[in-house]
Design a protein around this ligand. Structure first.
Ligand SMILES: Cc1cc2nc3c(=O)[nH]c(=O)nc-3n(C[C@H](O)[C@H](O)[C@H](O)COP(=O)(O)OP(=O)(O)OC[C@H]3O[C@@H](n4cnc5c(N)ncnc54)[C@H](O)[C@@H]3O)c2cc1C
Length: 328
């Protein structure tokens, strides 16, 4: 393992300054559950780790009538345990509950979960120089692509691994980012970028920028959401396909419909066409199936992952129908 220094700033501004001084060779570290693995495996390298652990106020989860604010250093387990007053926010605790294992949820943070790197076997293997690590082609095209993208890929076929991102996108969350030029807010849906825009990164963070918190506006009254994840093992596994879905039911019709898929594309995959199928109409089994078809329009499976289409179709339709049933 290459040597590096470890610094523990006392403020977010100092963290940003220490990252900027690193001249592209410094990395922020939160819980370390992803980054330390990368450093050990040699798929990432840095000269300086800038710890975000001591930054004041970033571990809080707060809620008002209008919004929930989740600090980037809140652990995934804190999100599981948080008792949200607004039932519309509970999709976040549900999604957090399905992340990894208790050990990882206790150290892994919300910011780290959103900024974690892809799990593609080729990216994670230092012996391959794939596109994401500066190479010229994607070994997965003719190799193992069972877990990779069926939508939105462009030369590189990673899927975004985060379980928290789809429900946060469904809830129209924004992120606060701090960098050398100051702070900025941006919608989370614009935070993630696919390989058509940047092969080397999965989000818009520039060197030296960190996520401070996530702001989630309160969903409309009566909105209920759920997050369902298909995986090979019942615990400790990344999703093969996941769906964050939600809507309110007014006069028997779905309103404010949201469908966001996980693990099918390089970014959390919002499906406006599927939302349009549901919007303003009663939810029936036929309409749920139509929404699933609409969500997957344009999918291009690889040699080993066409099964994802069947799994996604079933998961989306079942999730919509379960949401339409009266709450138990
Ligand atoms: C065995 C295993 C199983 C897992 N299963 C799942 C799963 O099922 N679902 C799921 O969603 N995740 C899963 N994960 C990923 C896990 O949730 C993440 O590793 C964790 O949330 C990352 O948080 P962290 O604080 O440890 O991040 P770190 O490892 O500290 O950082 C991860 C990356 O984000 C960057 N970063 C961290 N915080 C910030 C910030 N505030 N601003 C800017 N950049 C930042 C770091 O530089 C690094 O590149 C799994 C991980 C493992 C090891």
């Amino acid at each position: 393992m290459r040597p590096f220094t470890f610094v523990a700033p006392a403020s977010a501004q100092e963290a940003v300054r220490l990252l900027a001084e690193g001249d592209g060779r410094a990395r922020p570290i939160a819980g370390g559950s992803d980054l330390l693995g990368e450093l050990k495996e040699g798929t990432a390298a840095c000269d300086r780790l800038v710890s975000l652990a001591g930054l004041p106020g970033l571990a809080a989860i707060e809620e008002t009538a209008c919004a929930a604010a989740i600090g980037a250093m809140a652990t995934v387990e804190a999100l599981v345990a948080h008792r949200f007053g607004n039932p519309g926010f509970r999709i976040l605790s549900e999604a957090a509950q399905g992340v990894a294992t208790p050990e990882i949820r206790n150290v892994g943070t919300v910011g780290g979960n959103l900024c974690q790197r892809p799990r593609c076997w080729y990216y994670r293997n230092a012996l391959f120089r794939c596109l994401k690590r500066g190479g010229t082609d994607c070994p997965a095209v003719e190799g193992h692509n069972k877990y990779l993208a069926i939508l939105g890929a462009h030369r590189c076929y990673i899927v975004h691994p985060s379980d928290l991102a789809p429900p946060l996108v469904a809830l129209d969350a924004s992120v606060e980012v701090l960098g050398p030029a100051g702070a900025r807010w941006l919608p989370l849906r614009d935070f993630f970028v696919g390989p058509e825009r940047d092969l080397l990164r999965e989000n818009v963070l520039a060197d030296g920028e960190i996520v401070l918190r996530v702001m989630v506006p309160a969903p409309p009254a009566g909105w209920r959401g759920t997050y369902v994840k298909a995986r090979e093992r019942t615990a400790g596994d990344f999703p093969m396909v996941s769906v964050a879905a939600g809507f309110a039911q007014e006069g028997g019709a779905a309103r404010h419909a949201r469908i966001v898929l996980g693990a099918v594309a390089p970014v959390p995959w919002r499906a406006p066409a599927a939302e349009g199928v549901l919007e303003g109409r009663p939810v029936t089994a036929e309409r749920a199936a139509q929404a699933a078809e609409a969500a997957l329009a344009g999918a291009q499976p690889m040699t080993g992952n066409a099964y994802k289409l069947d799994v996604a179709r079933a998961l989306i339709a079942r999730t919509i129908l379960a949401l339409a049933a009266p709450p138990k």
